[in-house]
Every structure is written in structure tokens, then in C-alpha cells.
Design a protein around this ligand. Structure first.
Ligand code: SAM
Length: 368
């Protein structure tokens, strides 16, 4: 390690762990989580430690730090840093963080923000399927995106060989040795040299034109006893009271559904994942539905935290998506869309509107 650059050494030396504001998993559980309810006393907001947001992308960071090093050094540093990882993030000194932050690719950070949001909702877990570590030899992550889920999974299950596939080769180069990425289209035939014990897909609803066909392929690609798990948000946005009635948020959510329908994509399909999995042959199919509030109007700390992150996620990404969909598929002008976006942004900060979207986690087992 002595010949490595100072900032890499600093990374390895620093033992402090920034607080990401995640709910610890130890004494909490999804089964015991609070019911979604309104915080009538308005006990305040949850602040997301935004100074961390540009640093959440572990993979980009590895790449930035390591890109100028010879390969054999890179691997050594990767191993040494991953040992020091504490859950989500390796600790790094402030000045290194600042330096790296200016170099981060914004796009990746936006996507990885969603990864952390999903983990908050699952109390820090990557999956809910009851995996037995010793039996997990081959794992597939479809539509892996930046690969951050696959990276963390590969670190958590070092005995498993993990493959992450995506249409776009945007994944980092420096990853755990038991992980590889492949460019692949889930709609093509799945050609793998071995069966998998676990297949995972997350935030794929925008990608699926025929989810049932994908589920069938997943079933065929699993070994007997293997698990398939999907995690997705289900449109439209909703409320358990009438506070969403007549709102721009509700209109906008339905317009997004309509626009996607024109492309053959059904954003309401996650509520049917369970029956779809059963129909292709999965057994013991479990469905867990977690409400993601928009904003911090909810009472429990758990929902408040999800709500703060979900609102931020929407603020980061929704405008671009809405602008693209509505101008291209609904024939609207940029100015018309801008008005809707402004109304939605205002409503997201209005705590009298109790909007949420359900996040579906559905998993099933291929029979022996
Ligand atoms: C919202 S991202 C989710 C990324 C990742 N699963 C996660 O949760 O962090 C959806 C990903 O699906 C990929 N995708 C879209 N259509 C696909 C297809 N037909 N085959 C494979 N990947 C696809 C996109 O490139 C994108 O990276």
C-alpha cells in the first residue's frame, strides 16, 4: 500500500462512517413497521444529508480513485476498501469527498439515490426472498443499471457468482471479483451456461413491454428451489383520504400512465406481479407492499424518512421524464408541461396532500 497515492491511503485509513440516515435493520423489521398515518402534530422534517448525495455512488468512486492506477494495484485497493465498507458506504475524509464530488457523474448519482431509497424501505436489505447463503451459487440481476445493487449483493454473498445485465454498458469497471456485467436485452432469448439460484429485478416497470414473458424466462433460467424477486413502484399515485382529489400530482401521474401506454408499457402492472409469478409456475409467492409517501407528511419516522427521500428523488428526476413523455407522446408544448411541473413541485411540499405510491416487493420459488 505504501506506493499508492495519498488520497487512496486516506480512504483506507479513515474509520469514520458518515451517517446516511438509514433506519438500522437490527431491531426493526418490515413485519413490525408502523402503519401509514398522517403526522397531525407536524413533528418536523427529516433532513437528507445532501452533502452525501453526490458521494453515494460507491462504484463511481472506486472508478475515480482507481482509474489511474495499474490494474494489479486497483484490485488490491478494491479488496482493502471493500473490507472496510460498513453497509453502504466506505468512509472517506472530507477533503477527499469534496474533491471527488466535483468529478462525480451526476447521472449515476441520481440512479444510485433510488438504490438507497429502496434500501431504506427494506430496512437496509437488498432482497426479501429467504436466500440460504450456502445454496446461492449463481445470481442474475436483470436491468442492473449502474450495477450498485449487484455490487452490494456480490459483496454480501462472496461465494456467489453474480451477473448484472443491462441494455447500456454504464457499469463501473472495478467491481468485486465475483461480479460481471453483460450487455443484454431481457426481451431477447436468455442464453446462460448455467441455471441461477436467484434472479432479481428492480425498478424495471418502465422497461417491461411484456413482463409475463420475462417472468417465464426467469422461471426457466432458475434451478429448482431457486427464487425470483421483483421490486417496483406501482402507479398511479394515491391517497387514503380525499386530499389528492383534483390535484396536479394525481393528474400528472395518470398522464404518465397514459403516455407510457402509448409505448406499450403498463406502469400499473406491479400489482399483478404476484398473480403473474403464480401463473408461470412459481410457488409460495409473497407480496410485500410498502407505501412511499411523497414528502414528510407521514407520522412514523420510517415513512417520514422514505417520504423525504422519495420527494428528493422526484425533484431530481421527474421533470426530465415528464417533459420527455408529455411532449413526445401526449403532444404537449414545453410551456404547457412546465406549468404542470411547477404545480406538482408546489404540491409535493404541501403536507395537507397525503400522496403516496406503493412499492411492491414480490418473490416466489421455483418448485423442486
Ligand atoms: C430504473 S433503472 C433500474 C436499475 C437497477 N435495476 C436498480 O434498481 O438500480 C432500469 C434499467 O433497466 C434497463 N433496461 C431497460 N430496458 C431493458 C431491457 N429490455 N433489457 C435490459 N435492461 C433494460 C435500463 O437501461 C436501466 O438501466
Amino acid at each position: 500500500m505504501a506506493s499508492l497515492p495519498k488520497e487512496v491511503l486516506a480512504l483506507a485509513e479513515d474509520s469514520s462512517t458518515p451517517d446516511l440516515g438509514l433506519v438500522p435493520s437490527a431491531e426493526h423489521g418490515l413485519d413490525k413497521r408502523d402503519k401509514l398515518a398522517v403526522d397531525h402534530e407536524d413533528r418536523g422534517d427529516i433532513e437528507i444529508p445532501m452533502f452525501l448525495v453526490p458521494h453515494l455512488n460507491v462504484c463511481s468512486r472506486y472508478q475515480l480513485i482507481l482509474k489511474d492506477l495499474p490494474r494489479h494495484h486497483s484490485r488490491r485497493v478494491y479488496m482493502s476498501m471493500s473490507k472496510r465498507m460498513d453497509g453502504l458506504i466506505i468512509s472517506i475524509k472530507k477533503e477527499v469527498r469534496l474533491k471527488l464530488s466535483s468529478m462525480m457523474r451526476k447521472f449515476d448519482n441520481e440512479r444510485d439515490f433510488q438504490h438507497h431509497l429502496c434500501k431504506i424501505a427494506l430496512y437496509g436489505r437488498l432482497h426479501l426472498a429467504p436466500l440460504e447463503e450456502d445454496n446461492i451459487k449463481h445470481v442474475l440481476d436483470i436491468g442492473t443499471g449502474t450495477g450498485i445493487w449487484a455490487i452490494e449483493f456480490a459483496e454480501q454473498y462472496p461465494q456467489a457468482k453474480v451477473i448484472g445485465t443491462d441494455l447500456s454498458p454504464i457499469q463501473p469497471e472495478f467491481v468485486p471479483p465475483n461480479l460481471s456485467f453483460e450487455v443484454d436485452d431481457v426481451d431477447d432469448d436468455w442464453v446462460y451456461t448455467h441455471p441461477f439460484e436467484y434472479i432479481h429485478g428492480r425498478l424495471m416497470v418502465f422497461a417491461f413491454s411484456d413482463p409475463l414473458a420475462v417472468f417465464r424466462k426467469a422461471f426457466n433460467a432458475l434451478s429448482p428451489g431457486g427464487y425470483f424477486e421483483m421490486q417496483d413502484l406501482c402507479s398511479p399515485i394515491r391517497s387514503f383520504d380525499d386530499s389528492l382529489n383534483g390535484s396536479a400530482m394525481f393528474r400528472c401521474s395518470n398522464m404518465i400512465i397514459q403516455a407510457c401506454q402509448k409505448r406499450g408499457i403498463d406502469l400499473t402492472v406491479p400489482k399483478r406481479y404476484k398473480e403473474m409469478m403464480q401463473s408461470v409456475g412459481f410457488v409460495d409467492v409473497k407480496e410485500v407492499i410498502i407505501e412511499w409517501p411523497v414528502g414528510t407528511w407521514a407520522k412514523s419516522e420510517y415513512h417520514k424518512r422514505i417520504g423525504a427521500w422519495f420527494k428528493k428523488d422526484m425533484e431530481i428526476g421527474a421533470e426530465g421524464i415528464i417533459m420527455g413523455l408529455f411532449t413526445r407522446l401526449l403532444g404537449m408544448t414545453k410551456e404547457q408541461v412546465a406549468v404542470i411541473v411547477e404545480d406538482v413541485k408546489r404540491e409535493m411540499n404541501d403536507k395537507s396532500i397525503h400522496a403516496y405510491e406503493p412499492f411492491y416487493v414480490v418473490y416466489g420459488r421455483k418448485p423442486e
